[in-house]
Ligand binder design. Structure first.
Ligand code: ATP
Length: 306
């Protein structure tokens, strides 16, 4: 069904399986897509990675026709900007990401990438410009090397090992009995949650996307692991456009733009400092998390919250 809009206008349209994109020939498709966009912008073709411009204009969407989840959402992210999406559970953060990846189509309004409506783009080409670090990374019952290479099956040994290094996975791999040739097990059960996320980051490094999307796991990683993963993601995001859905505000406070969602719309946006100074929703969220962190730290004498 990929590439066609199966929509009849009745409720949500699932355009493709919400799994990792098809990756065969992705690099050829990626460069064709980049070329097409660059040519249509009148810019010269260039081999360097450039971030995608992302815009959502008056977006309405619901998974069923009787319940709207996004209710006229406007959002603009400049090429190369890092943007964090925060807000209460159920406010539509993950849904927004799914619409950018065109897993579903908007009911009204438009999602634009470099000024092009995503509905006018070839699905495979769109996906090839975007890498996703999902909440739960799917691993295959094969070696860690093959699992990383899923990001780009044609990658060389050196490229795979470099991606692992960028994702700070090498020390974990060295501890494995057969190094890169260790079979990671059904559903990656032999890897910790943090390590699995690092595999997703390594895959994304191999894909060299123009847009990086991260959906922070709600499952608890310890603070040090979480910070380490965010540091790797930031390195990966450099020079690209990035959008992260985040639950812990401390991990995203350096983003160029923080967007606060509530009830399916954007209620506030700005930098961390601007939003704190605004004293509204983000300020309240920040105060609540700070108080919770303090309470946890006082309950637990061990340095997990450092
Ligand atoms: P959280 O912070 O808990 O992950 P969120 O802000 O990302 O939440 P979404 O996952 O986008 O919120 O969900 C927004 C609303 O859409 C919720 O009410 C949710 O129950 C509903 N929803 C999400 N996915 C689906 C789906 N596949 N089918 C039907 N309803 C869905």
């Amino acid at each position: 069904r990929s590439g066609s809009n199966a929509g009849g206008g009745n409720g949500a349209v699932l355009l493709d399986k919400p799994t990792l994109p098809t990756i065969s020939g992705e690099h050829a498709a990626a460069s064709q897509y980049a070329d097409r966009i660059e040519r249509s912008n009148g810019a010269s073709s260039s081999s360097c990675v450039r971030g995608l411009a992302v815009e959502m204009k008056g977006v309405h969407f619901g998974y069923s026709k009787d319940r709207e989840v996004l209710k006229g959402l406007d959002l603009k992210i400049e090429p190369g900007q890092s943007c964090a999406i925060v807000g209460p559970s159920g406010s539509g953060k993950s849904t927004l990401l799914r619409l950018i990846m065109r897993l579903y189509d908007v009911t009204k309004g438009a999602v634009l990438l470099d000024g092009h409506d995503v509905r006018s783009l070839v699905q495979a080409s769109l996906r090839s410009c975007v890498a996703v670090v999902p909440q739960d990374t799917v691993l295959f019952n094969s070696t860690i090397r093959e699992n990383i290479a899923y990001g780009r099956p044609t990658a060389s040994r050196e490229e795979i090992e470099q991606a692992a290094q960028m994702a700070q996975l090498t020390s974990a791999i060295k501890r494995m009995p057969d190094g890169y040739d260790t079979v990671v097990g059904e559903r990656g059960l032999k890897l910790s949650g943090g390590e699995k996320q690092r595999v997703a980051i390594a895959r994304a490094f191999l894909r060299a996307p123009r847009l990086l999307i991260g959906d922070e796991s709600t499952s608890a990683l310890d603070t040090a692991t979480e910070r380490g993963i965010m540091a790797s993601l930031k390195e990966l995001a450099a020079g690209r456009t990035s959008i992260f859905v985040a639950h812990r505000l401390s991990t995203i406070k350096d983003c160029d733009k923080i967007v606060v969602m509530s009830g399916g719309v954007v209620v506030e946006q700005g930098t961390h400092e601007e939003l704190l100074a605004g004293g509204q929703v983000y300020y309240d969220m920040w105060q609540t998390q700070a108080a919770n962190d303090e309470r946890l730290a006082s309950l637990c004498p061990c340095p997990i919250n450092g």
